[in-house]
Design a protein around this ligand. Sequence first.
Ligand code: ATP
Length: 786
Amino acid sequence: MTRSDETGDATAEATELALEQRYVDRLYGRLDDLRRYAQERLRTVLLESGGTPQARSERESFNQLYTDDLAKYDAAENGLCFGRIDLERGGDGTDDGTEARYIGRVGILDEQGDFEPLLLDWRAPLARPFYLATPATPDGVTRRRHLRSRSRRIVGLADEYLDVAAAQRAGVVDASTGAATAGVAGESALLAALDAARTGHMNDIVETIQSEQDAIIRSEHRSVLVVQGGPGTGKTAVALHRAAYLLYTYRKQLDRAGVLIIGPNSTFLDYIGQVLPSLGETGVLLSTIGDLYPGVVATVDDSLRGGELKGSLDMLDVCKRAVRDRQELPKEPVRVVFDTYELVLDRKTVSTARGRARSSRKPHNIARPVFVKAVIDALARQFASIVGENLVGGGNLLSGEDLADIRSEMREDPAILREIDRLWPTLTPQEVLTGLWRDPRRLASAAPGLTESDRAELVRTGPGFSPADAPLLDELAELLGVDDSAERERSARRWRQQIEDAQGALDILTGSASQDIEDELDPEILMAYDIMDAEQLAERQDGNRSLTTAERAAGDRTWTYGHVIVDEAQELSHMAWRMLMRRIPNRWMTLVGDTAQTGDPAGTSSWQEVLEPYVARRWKLTELTVNYRTPSEIMTIAHDVLAEIDPAQQLPRSIRDSGHRPWARRVSEDGLDDAVAAAVEAETQLPGTTAVVVPQGMRSRFAHLESDTVSVATVRDVKGLEFDAVHLVEPHAVVAESPRGTSDLYVALTRATQRLGVLHTESLPESLSGLTHTESPEAANPRGGE
Ligand SMILES: Nc1ncnc2c1ncn2[C@@H]1O[C@H](COP(=O)(O)OP(=O)(O)OP(=O)(O)O)[C@@H](O)[C@H]1O
């Protein structure tokens, strides 16, 4: 290329940049207007007070609406517009006979014109070709442009021509091959994103979603969608963007029922926590399985074997037996004094009462009244026979009314109630489970099928629950039941009344609508009836109105969600699936995971096996095949490990090289601390984050190396996360400490976006033989890692 060509290109690019800047300035101008409008409306709403309940609830809903709008506009501020597609003339043509569509984080309409879109929300159907068009299937798109910005300034653009004619017009076709030389724009934007140093928090990927990911994000499948993909294929990113897409597309339905996202641990939830807010979505409940049972926070850990046992379906019988064991028969006849007479509750009487209650097939607490009635009836008969005989010395002359009085007195008699409570107590799930873990005799009785050593893994002396306890508490809650019929009836009545009131309020508003709009002369003013129906308005009026859907759902064990997304779904135990499925009766779920990465012994290696009981074969499998995280040099090593886990599994294809050769360094036991410290020290000279991944027992030994950018963690802790560099310590111990140790090794190796080093004192596992052995990390990458 000649000097004058280069100057010409630079001038052309500067002109294009200036044009795009002008357009983007206009978008920011509109964003500022929208923000000002929402702020003013919000201020007005907040200043108003008093009025009828309807007026108050309407204010409440507007308050929420404008607050949500402001959050959405703030989230869109950075990178408001990131792309543009030019399509062959179809809608409004530009000068050169093409239609330009701008793609961004929110939708913005042209209010000066006739409400044409100035900016398309990335989730809108019209924005889709931005993600899908390829030279083979351009879908009418002639050029895709990525816009790079810094705050409100456009600092770069990259074009991809999808048809040769358009490329020729733009003068970017290599005459000898006919190929569009600028055809790497999507790729360059993607590679720039993938190469960037990590911050410890995940970013959204709206600017560079790839077509196989887009198909999953927008999938119309209404049952269980399983997304299987190797490490770094974007499963988590896809799951989060799918949540944002579904909320955009099915807003009304999902706003009310809510979306639940399950992740493996709180570090992971923290890592992904900013993605949805950055997409303007704040109403999603993120939780671990361990925290899903309301009111219980998991504070202790099980042993690997203990967790495995608690996750197995054997626990169903254990839970059932644990509850039945609380329905006791007296060893000796129980004597109670009522009205100075001694009555006897013998084993047979209690057994008959218990049989009657059990055959009601109701949960324990709900069946209790049946037991109480049977016991009271028996005691009342006994009392009547003694007293009746004493009174007349012959046949019993007590009337039915007398007997009824006696029964009601007995029901309130403290001595009788004490005995009934002992024989059929009202129970909470927490009481039953704590009793089981604390009392070896109870455990032996409830779990006769377990060996003594397995039972020892379950016994716990201290307080608190573990993550694997949550599904058991949920199971027990089902077996015990809560007798809340009176409360339910009361709230159903209150709810019907609220809907009636809300409908009345909406009718009044509808009646005065035209007049209101004429007065205001502003079509942007939304009326209450535009944005909600009576049920939604009634919800706002509810006692819980200041709570968001996610907050209400989190506090209610019986809440059923509109959609559930599970990340690292392969880790869920059978008992956890049972718990989760109760919360999603419509089975509209997205499950993302990788059966080669299963680390929890209670987890699964077969999707069919875990889903069969709930949806039979009505679930759909989709796969992601490209690894966006791990460079090819590291994946070559991971390949041998994967072959050991499951030779049939395909390794995802790495999209890039890092130029760094993964290395291994063997040191003496005495030299390990210094070697790890030196490797970490070398990393701190470079940008980004480092993980020192260690066997369970070594965490505290290296904890002093932790800093803002360095984490010392076990494989379990780094599941789902990524770091610029990973240093794996003593891989043979990582493999040895779990029945799924090889999968753990695979997870550890695939966390790095750039560099991998292994430090060991004993021989490496066979599968790591591909590492470059070195005396110093620098020696493994002699040209500075190039
Ligand atoms: N289309 C994309 N554009 C930019 N970055 C992407 C894209 N897809 C994935 N990434 C990035 O690749 C990395 C890996 O993605 P993610 O964590 O979602 O993978 P994963 O499949 O969940 O991995 P694992 O199973 O190993 O936990 C992340 O940094 C993510 O932001």
